[in-house]
Design a binder for this molecule. Sequence first.
Ligand code: ADP
Ligand code: MG
Length: 566
Amino acid sequence: MTSSSVASPNFGDLALLPAVLSAVETLGYQTPSPIQMETIPALLEGRDMLGQAQTGTGKTAAFALPLLSRLELTRREPQVLVMAPTRELAQQVAVSFSRYGQNLQGLEVATLCGGQEYREQLGALRRGAQVVVGTPGRIIDHLDRGSLKLDGLSALVLDEADEMLRMGFIDDVKRVVADTPKEAQRVFFSATLPAEIERIVNRYLVDPVKVAIESRTTTGENIEQRLVRVDGGAKLEALSRILEVEPVDGAIVFVRTRAACTTLTEQLSARGLNVASLSGDLDQSLRERTIQRLKRGKVDVLIATDVAARGLDVPRITHVFNYDLPQDSEAYTHRIGRTGRAGRTGTSITFVGFREGRKVGWIEQATGQKMSEMAVPDESAIRAHRDEAFHQKVIAALTAGAEEQQALVERLIGEGYDPVELACAFARLARADEAPIGRLQAPRKERAPRDAKPGRGPRDRAPSEGMTRYRVSVGHKDGVKPGQLVGALANEGGIEGARIGRIDIRNAFSVVELPSSLPSSILAKMARARVAGRPLEISEDRGTPERAPRRRNDDGQAPIRRQSRA
Ligand code: ADP
Ligand code: MG
């Protein structure tokens, strides 16, 4: 083997623009990730591409670095358009473009997301942004207004295409793909390849380079996966003990429902931990603030539901706990991928109830990796850990010196006390505030309040608990699909799609359940959202003059999984 094939790959070998390369160096990226290795040369050549990879594999740089290298900075019109399914993902991508392009004179990046002021967006477009990143709804909106033009586009990127499909943006996506100039590069990234995406790929991509980064090799290798056999009532104590003895910097604890999120957050904070919850209950700005607090170390443990933690990228997460088992192996892979970010190592610990063994088998089969079993630390392990920590503290105090205590100690010795006994007494005093070690068996079963589940009955039933019905002014006659409404309302309002309840599409309008607690400012934003070319004009639904023929969201296109999503 020659020495060059042994050396790890280098960004310098990838023919990136020097100004882009220097930014990568400033950011401290040492070597390109596998998907970057495969993607960058092909995109520099201007090829179309279909990339299949999970989150956390470095996709953003994989497309941003080559596309930035190919920009004509003096041509002040959109050249690169990136569509992402959610506001948060779009913002992340936009920030990445600005970072990777920090040494490009005159680079302007416009972010076109729902729920945000048009003024800033229009300003960036008018200044001649070369890179435009946004969510489908708002991008379409700017196209309709004429403020966004695609004629000068040299590349279109769909990030997380399958997620866009799931959120009901398929028609918007098709339209943008079709309106992109023929000769522009088309680059699609998707974790999975549903038929609908495949159709668009076959129709619009020309001889695409196909890159697939196996999730098996991207997750897992740097994540130590363990399982703990523990049932219901004992989980809380097990979690506290493991959090105490493991070398945790930041942790995410996954639970199944929003209610469980709240309960566990309260329980752990009562035990003195710096904990916060991240569930579908939070609106976008509160969610962003919570993540900032986690990043800055103001919070160490985040209790989260699957949907709320989607795409979360916080490098200091050393541990992921599956307090409740995930629904399936895909959710499992996504959860544990929240640790071991950017080439670090991480640990995942999965709680498995005594009747849940089979599910673990399925997960292991799907991920191709075995979880190693660990025991809940027993009392002696906790004591040993605390002794060790105290030992360190004493040594540190010795080094720091404690002369001011000398007179007192000499006096006690002068009174005839044995120095060892004295030291024991001091240690005991110093450790008086260590928490008692809890019991592993729960004294009684506590019942967590059940999440309000939307009913499936006919529409004239009362709205689901905590929800209010609103009427929006698009219906079957506009060809609207439930998924489209979820996507538009979620992005414009800046709330999680999972917070949107039942949707009933009628002919001339639709009825949507939204949380009663939504502030009117969010409703006002939602009302401005456009679907099928029409503003939604939300108003509270007070009965109906039109009889619903039948609920029709069984078209299989955009399943709204309101049942299990938390
Ligand atoms: P994805 O879109 O696949 O989920 P991102 O592009 O968001 O992944 O990247 C995940 C994280 O890895 C980010 O924090 C990013 O800054 C970091 N990253 C990307 N490429 C590299 C690299 N080559 N070396 C080190 N860190 C990287
Ligand atoms: Mg990404």
